[in-house]
Design a protein around this ligand. Sequence first.
Ligand code: IPE
Ligand code: IPE
Ligand code: MG
Length: 253
Amino acid sequence: MSMKLPFFRKKRAAAIEDITLENPPNHVAIIMDGNGRWAKKRGLPRIAGHKEGMDVVKNIVTVANKYNVKILTLYAFSTENWKRPKAEVDFLLRLPKEFLHVYLPEMMENNVRIETIGEFDVLPNHTKAAIQYAKEKTSNNDGLLLNFALNYGSRFEILRAIKQMMTDIDESKFSVDELDEQLFSNYLYTNGLTDPDLLIRTSGEQRLSNFLLWQLAYTEFWFTDVLWPDFNEEIFRQSLLDYQQRKRRYGGI
Ligand code: IPE
Ligand code: IPE
Ligand code: MG
């Protein structure tokens, strides 16, 4: 009879081990890359990879929440992605609506707040409407901030900040002498957010592709060959564990 006990103990221990990840990064940013190659490998159209990638987003939000990450910024569509064939662009810009249609109730249950960074106004109306609804609906949630970078480009963001700043200086809202890093940061889309602690890029590419150039100044980078649709809890967890082994010096000793 007592022989059954160790079995139960073992199971319990595994469950506890799973959630004791201390000092998680506060802000994780992810360049979700490799959807097209994932589809190609399977003889599927590229959009099948994007669809699969959407479900991975949901899973990773759940895992981030579980490991106490406070901000998750996901690169979903860059200012350069407009160069793709129109059918693919259309599909990509329908995904936010699709994602929210399926998963918004679950995001609400998990106390997730949804926000975006990027040039919002020029997105298609259906995309804007779905996101605006989700932003308002989740605005009082105080759990994980799920931040989609949508029509986002870092150089555009920096130029936009400079233009707005120069207007404000012209209007004597502040003087050039007062301009410092903090004040400049306030003009970026990421105003109010701490800089990412960890940047993950999937699919083996090791470049930023115009993502958060200012904000990543002291971020820890983590690259994996895994394609985004294959990204899962185990790999995410590995990135978090690796992050915790890093010694962040910020130029000090
Ligand atoms: C990432 O996957 C999704 C977006 C850029 C929107 P890709 O579509 O870039 O996939 P690959 O890099 O061609 O495999
Ligand atoms: C970066 O991926 C943009 C997103 C993940 C949304 P890309 O696939 O567009 O980047 P490049 O073209 O390989 O640099
Ligand atoms: Mg790509």
